[in-house]
Design a protein around this ligand. Sequence first.
Ligand code: GZL
Length: 307
Amino acid sequence: ANEPTNAAPADKPTGKKIVVGFAQIGAESGWRDAETASIKETFENDSNFELKFSDAQQKQENQIKAIRSFIAQKVDAIGLAPVVESGWETVLKEAKDAGIPVFLLDRSITAGHEDLYTSFIGSDFVLEGQNAAKWMLEELGADAKVNIVQLEGTVGASAANDRKKGFEEAIAGHAGYKIVYSQTGDFTRAKGKEVMEAYLKKDKNIQVVYAHNDDMALGAVQAIEEAGLKPGTDIKIIGVDGIKGAFEAISQGKMNVTIECNPLLGPQLKQAILDYKEGKELPRWIKSEEDVYFGQKAIDALPNRKY
Ligand code: GZL
């Protein structure tokens, strides 16, 4: 039998592949699935790279285990979407001591540990929270009396902490706007629905739901319908992410606005790794540019949405 040749096929560059280990959080939301697809598509379609991918099922200890495994395998770069902000110092110091650059994707870690990662590639969650409040104040009027239910993201996640911070700061000067209930729905549709159901059993006098992601917002839409109220009319629904389901709900009048958060970060991660390897100075924060979609603008955008 002819022995398989060990020479790289002519069309393949013979240089050593860049091996990237990515420690993903899990598959809790449509946004997360889109981010995973973007990372896999980016690195698996480029023969200069080899991707090692781990799914932590939302557990920080699994992400830490994955990073340690990447270090043991001497990967060239580590990507991490940190499920929560705290508790990373030890393992990121191990990566640093091993000379492996770490790139944070989409969520960040507690401030003050900037020396433990090369760059953070992600959105400005405080701005997203501010944009959510801005839409609400313009829609309902700065002096209106508005009771709000806030569905928070995963406890301890930078995306949840900062979307809460931006929103609450923006309404602080408007006495009529009250957050009457704020509870985590862990960024999932099921939990978002569960929290909303429980609240509506106690009190139906709310005018707005502010959900830290569209999956929880869509869960709340279901709960509101099952409680005999009209989501989008009786209760305004604000989501964050810009997933297709939100654009569909807005087109059906069941949701009112989604604050876009870009999950297609694979190409930016790849470019950051290439720039790093060429010795280029990278920005500490590679920020995504995003928009706010409601009304006709959301309806017009629906056919072009990729995720
Ligand atoms: C945002 C990301 C958040 C999304 C949620 O960058 O961390 O996590 O908004 C996802 O949908 O679960």
